[in-house]
Design a protein around this ligand. Structure first.
Ligand code: PBG
Length: 327
């Protein structure tokens, strides 16, 4: 007697069947759009290496965020490009600094209907492009930098940020920021820690977007994680949670799907992944050449990041993906 055999193709026969048995779903609710706002410009400036991405004026940022809100995107993360940079990045905590004024604009426009996140680092604000203050040897001084992050976090919270997202990979940054926020009475301001952030070449186009050139000193390998190390990500995440992180992130996403899966298995807080500038640029460039279907590949990327275990995704595809998901 022969037994009936399982025939997996039976469940792939129609789109409705495939939809029914899908193990992973991607929703507009899972998307956060990274946005750039630049001080002192009158017109939005396109970013050459990120087609479709702009350095916004305050006004064009408001319009973009309203459009994203209408598409159902639940959150945006802001990056600022100041007119003046200095050795310590003081525009990062200026109450009238570009991100702080933009946060106030967006809160006025949208109230609590949009989650406002802000990247917390000083590389966009320092004249040398590093994520902190340099010591006499060209190395980023960890503990001196923590004081700058604490000030910037309080400035962002004063301006109404919902979630501050420290991305500098300094040891102890989450604890320093949590203490500073609490001391300033900002108990409700949440922290999304860029906990496992790798020293990746995939951030290249981002540095165009924020006009950052790293001049002198060590490269980011002295503070960002080394790509060969996956177990170390668990250590980084554990430290950030102990220091008070509310959510953690893995970055980049696609080249680190194993890390996303590992972290998902080891923690129960919300887990984000950042589909970074280089990941977006590769798809956009190939699509522009007609070498692949940019929309299809983009959606496949986002689905893969969800399948690996991320709850939500920071992605330059947020607006486009929301349009596609709305059908
Ligand atoms: C640091 C920061 C970077 C990115 C996000 N936050 C750049 C870096 O670490 O060099 C990269 C994001 C991307 O590539 O899309 N402020």
């Amino acid at each position: 007697m022969t037994f009936p055999v399982s025939r997996p193709r039976r469940l792939r026969r129609t789109a409705a069947l495939r939809r029914l048995v899908a193990e992973t779903r991607l929703s507009v609710d899972d998307l956060v759009a990274p946005l750039f706002v630049r001080e002192g410009i009158d017109e939005p400036q396109p970013v050459a290496s990120l087609p479709g991405v702009f350095q916004h004026t305050r006004a064009s940022l408001r319009a973009e965020v309203s459009a994203l809100h209408d598409l159902g995107v639940p959150g945006v993360i802001l990056f600022g490009i100041p007119e003046r940079k200095d050795a310590v990045g003081s525009e990062a905590w200026n109450p009238d600094g570009i991100v702080q004024v933009a946060l106030r604009d967006l809160r006025d426009d949208l109230g609590d209907d949009m989650v406002l996140l802000a990247d917390l680092c000083v590389d966009e604000y320092t004249d040398h492009g590093h994520c902190g203050v340099l010591d006499g040897h060209g190395s980023v001084d960890n503990d001196a930098t923590l004081e700058l992050y604490a000030r910037a976090a309080v400035a962002q919270a004063d301006a109404g940020v919902d979630v501050t997202a420290p991305s500098g990979m300094m040891d102890g940054q989450v604890g320093a920021i949590r203490t500073a926020l609490d001391d300033a009475g900002h108990h409700q301001t949440a922290i999304l820690a860029y906990a496992a952030k790798y020293a990746s070449a995939l951030y290249g186009p981002f540095r165009d977007a924020v006009n950052v050139e790293i001049v002198g000193g060590e490269d980011r390998r002295g503070y960002q994680q080394d790509p060969p190390n996956a177990r170390e990500a668990t250590v980084e995440v554990g430290a950030d949670l102990e220091e008070g992180a509310d959510m953690v992130m893995v970055k980049p996403a696609l080249a680190y799907l194993d890390v996303i899966t590992d972290i998902r298995a080891s923690v129960d807080v919300p887990l984000a992944a950042y589909h970074v500038s280089g990941e977006y640029a590769m798809v956009a460039a190939a699509a522009a050449n007609g070498w692949l279907d940019g929309d299809a590949v983009g959606m496949e990327h986002l689905l893969a990041i969800r399948r690996a275990g991320a709850d939500f995704i920071l992605t330059y595809l947020a607006g486009r993906a929301a349009e596609i998901l709305q059908g």
